[in-house]
Write a protein that binds this ligand. Structure first.
Ligand code: PMP
Length: 404
């Protein structure tokens, strides 16, 4: 069970007022807020532990290295990776995807096919398009239906012996749909293709088990999981990470450097050139502890109730249309009211202290599919309340009256 008063007390930012009103933060799909323990972890690192890792013989450097590697271990346990070196620490989902997309340049040939879905974030479209430009591979797209669900029979028809890679998000950031990733992975594996799952939106709500999924690559960002910005993970199966070349050259990722030849370090360091976000990674470990203490089953149950309540409440507003009506979705409501521009709604309710996202949410193809310029997106977290849903409703009624 989520003890909502206790949970909210953990998040100092939620005590703020915005434009003279209590902050109602409903932009969690863009980034999540941070509990005090995570903020303390960053302060503590710079106050007591700051040193560069993996290189110093001195005690402080070793302590910092231990704290950093402990965080990798926590991440490994959270995602249930077989080996700790299958967890590559990156700057975020976008960085992780680019490591894989760039690495595949040497593994693809002209005419090979790669499959993405119609509901991807731009960061899971553009790197693959760039890969296609470099290699002559062809990008195919799994279409979706009006409920915002992937059409799986169309996926079956796209798969062939030319398919080398499949990239799908676990949860759509614009619609909230939870995609059937196990089925997608199993079908791709039957024809020998590798699969990357973009877990950026799933991880705040669902605890993925990469071994049970048998996924080849799984990527996520710490900042959506109560952690800091500038930190992410790339999980890759050992055999795949060994096949990919390094993404960046520099310090830390080498075994030996001479001007004639450089040899690369073993996993995970091969992909971790340069000084990383040490404080951020350690704080991400703390964030995972915090979330696991709350329990993902409790988080999912609470958010499901909140979604149900909010959906019913918002649908009472005449002319409000929700995009993304799958039964399998996380607590995201993407909507428009009549022909009112989403930006106008977002601006008015901001004056009332309510933070939502408006626009195409970095998923322009979805907006093109629905033939709309964008949506208003209210995305909920376990620290949001039913009273905040009521405040959103009241604010939307006011905005609608003003703008109609
Ligand atoms: N994929 C999805 C589904 C996302 O929602 C996001 C963040 N909005 C990203 C990728 C990119 O994540 P980041 O900006 O943290 O790299």
């Amino acid at each position: 069970m989520i003890d909502i008063n206790k949970v909210r007390a953990d998040f100092p930012i939620l005590k703020q007022t915005i434009n003279g009103k209590p902050l109602v933060y409903l932009d969690n799909a863009a980034t999540g807020q941070k509990p005090q323990v995570v903020i303390d972890s960053i302060v503590n690192y710079y106050s007591t532990l700051n040193a560069n890792i993996h290189r110093g013989v001195h005690t402080l450097s070793q302590k910092a290295t231990d704290a950093y590697e402990l965080a990798r271990f926590k991440i490994q346990k959270h995602f249930n990776a077989k080996q700790n070196y299958e967890i590559i620490l990156t700057a975020g989902t976008t960085h992780s995807i680019n490591i894989v997309a760039t690495g595949f340049t040497t593994l693809l040939q002209k005419g090979d096919e790669i499959i993405v879905s119609a509901m991807e974030h731009h960061s899971n479209i553009v790197p693959w398009q760039m890969l296609c430009e470099r290699t002559g591979a062809i990008l195919k797209v799994i279409p979706m239906n009006l409920d915002g669900e992937l059409i799986m029979t169309a996926y079956d028809n796209l798969l062939s012996n030319k398919t080398k890679l499949v990239f799908v998000n676990h949860v759509s950031n614009a619609l909230g749909t939870i995609n059937p990733i196990k089925e997608i992975i199993d079908k791709a594996h039957k024809i020998g293709a590798a699969v990357l799952i973009d877990g950026a939106q799933a991880c705040p709500h669902i605890k993925p088990d990469v071994q049970a999924l048998d996924v080849d690559f799984y990527v996520a960002s710490a900042h959506k999981l109560c952690g800091p910005t500038g930190v992410g993970i790339l999980y890759g199966k050992e055999e795949w990470l060994n096949k990919l070349p390094p993404y960046q050259g520099g310090g830390e990722m080498i075994k030996q450097v001479t001007f004639e030849k450089t040899t690369y370090a073993d996993l995970p360091h091969k992909f971790e050139a340069g000084t990383p976000n040490i404080a951020g990674v350690i704080a991400f470990g703390t964030a995972l502890d915090y979330l696991n203490n709350l329990g993902f089953n409790n988080i999912a149950a609470y958010e499901a109730e909140l979604l149900d309540y909010a959906t019913k409440k918002l649908l009472q507003i005449e002319g409000l249309k929700i995009y993304g009506t799958s039964k399998s979705k996380t607590a995201v409501i993407s909507f428009n009211i009549g022909n009112i521009h989403p930006y106008d709604i977002g601006s008015i309710i901001d004056k009332l202290g309510i933070a939502v996202r408006t626009g195409h949410h970095c998923a322009q193809p979805i907006m093109d599919f629905y033939k709309i310029p964008g949506t208003v997106r209210a995305s909920f977290s376990f620290y949001n309340t039913f009273e905040e849903v009521d405040l959103l409703y009241n604010a939307l009624v006011k905005a609608k009256t003003m703008l109609s």
